[in-house]
Ligand binder design. Structure first.
Ligand code: SAH
Length: 253
């Protein structure tokens, strides 16, 4: 604190499409003297940073709490203590499976000023890009955002989620998709529940399949769809606008 006016912006860069950046994200990027950027962030957002600014890629995939996270936090603290404006740029929203909460706590403990810049989370903006509303007055009275990946092997209570009656939006779920689908069906979710997987949502290489809970894992594999992808399970998934899947959509609707 004191004379040093360093500050950290925890910025959500949205799912990929640069036009989904907020005006605030653009302004914060333009103020930054150092930019720490996650792997899933579209590098095109860096056009809003100052020319010649120091850019540090701090990406890691998989989502496990590990030493790199501590290193990232140390870097943010170090630069902010120098009095620099730090932009910590994350995919989607910084507080949705983005470790923004942990980083906020660390920075607060270090007495560093933090400003959070919300972003469009992939689990809402991704489905939206396909025309899937995560809630709908007739089809889903809520939405549950969950991770399919946990470091301790635990994870969400799939049987409880099967009964919750909301749209399920699963982040980081591709590796365990067959298990997740089985667990949801074992918990009582109907095998013919519409389900979709969207890879690289809002980006030029976006790919998606729309299927049913029972068939999604096989269809994803057949289509060669992989991470990063969002999985949407619930009746709203049938609203996806995918011409190639028109027949399938009729089947599940
Ligand atoms: N904070 C991010 C989520 C980070 S966790 C957010 O709010 O969106 C990383 C997971 O997000 C990926 O495994 C994937 O499930 C999802 N994801 C991020 N960007 C994506 C994209 N463009 N398309 C599909 N899924 C994406």
């Amino acid at each position: 604190m004191g004379a040093n006016r360093g500050k950290v912006y925890l910025i959500g860069a949205g799912p990929g499409d640069v036009e989904l950046l907020t005006l605030k994200a653009v302004r914060a990027l333009g103020e930054a003297q150092v930019v720490l950027v996650d792997e899933l962030v579209n590098p095109a957002v860096l056009r809003f940073a100052r020319p010649g600014v120091r850019v540090i890629p701090v990406g890691k995939r998989g989502g496990c709490r590990s030493t790199p996270q501590a290193l990232i936090e140390r870097l943010m603290v170090r630069y902010a203590r120098r009095g620099w404006v730090v932009a910590r740029v994350k995919g989607g929203d910084p507080f949705v499976f983005g470790r923004g909460g942990e980083e906020l706590q660390t920075l607060a403990r270090a007495g560093i000023e933090v400003e959070v810049v919300s972003g469009v989370t992939a689990g809402i903006g991704g489905p939206a890009a396909l025309g899937i509303p995560v809630t709908h007055r007739d089809l889903a009275h809520g939405v549950t955002l969950v991770t399919g990946h946990t470091c301790d092997g635990g994870g969400p209570d799939w049987a409880a989620l099967a009964r919750c009656g909301t749209t399920l939006v699963i982040y980081m779920g591709m590796a365990r998709l067959p298990f997740i689908a089985q667990a949801l069906m074992a918990g009582g979710l109907a095998a013919d529940t519409p389900a979709a997987a969207i890879q690289s949502a809002t980006l030029p290489d976006e790919r998606a399949v729309v299927s049913t809970l029972e068939r999604l894992a096989a269809d994803v594999q057949a289509a060669g769809i992989g991470s990063p992808a969002i999985v949407v399970i619930g009746r709203v998934a049938a609203l996806a606008k995918l011409p190639a899947h028109a027949a399938l959509l009729r089947e599940v609707a």
